[in-house]
Write a protein that binds this ligand. Structure first.
Ligand SMILES: [Zn+2]
Ligand SMILES: [Zn+2]
Length: 158
């Protein structure tokens, strides 16, 4: 037989269904659990805060280089001190400029792609790739044409 018990949360008397049942209902169980957690947090608050602080400090040191990185901004050409190793531009304005340029280039590419579908559109000529020849063959050809190897390459003979 299980005894009647007093719920430590609401003080009501209840009949135990299970041997280890401490609370009258799941609601009281939840309240007790939250209280325990709050107490635990209070006890370990400082520890928890210290750990959090250490973690964010570690994160900061990861992002902030211990040695300042001197970089050259590709937009304005100025030297600047990078705060992060992956920083590319000296300031927000330069970043925006670079971004706009990139967007413009992308739009141009898109227009070209659309243009290729229009009637009368002449696609830009692609440079023909020289057929791969062996070095011996190349030298033989250059000799036959009475030019140096370099000239033969420059004239597209090889
Ligand atoms: Zn209760
Ligand atoms: Zn700049």
């Amino acid at each position: 037989m299980l005894d009647n018990k007093i719920c430590p949360v609401c003080g009501k008397e209840f009949r135990q269904n299970r041997k280890q049942q401490k609370y009258c209902c799941p609601g009281c169980y939840d309240i007790a659990k939250k209280r325990r957690e709050a107490e635990y947090y209070k006890l370990h608050e400082q520890e928890y805060k210290d750990r959090q602080k250490a973690r964010s400090a570690a994160k900061r040191s990861e992002q902030t280089p211990s040695q300042p990185i001197i970089k050259v901004c590709p937009v304005c050409g100025k030297e600047y001190e990078a705060r992060r190793s992956n920083q590319e531009y000296c300031c927000r304005a330069c970043w925006t400029k670079a971004d706009q340029r990139k967007r413009k280039a992308a739009t141009l590419l898109m227009h070209n792609a659309i243009g290729s579908g229009r009637p009368g559109y002449v696609p830009p000529k692609r440079k023909k790739k020289a057929p791969a020849v062996s070095l011996d063959e190349a030298i033989r050809i250059s000799r036959g044409r009475n030019v140096t190897y370099g000239e033969a390459v420059a004239r597209g003979l090889i």
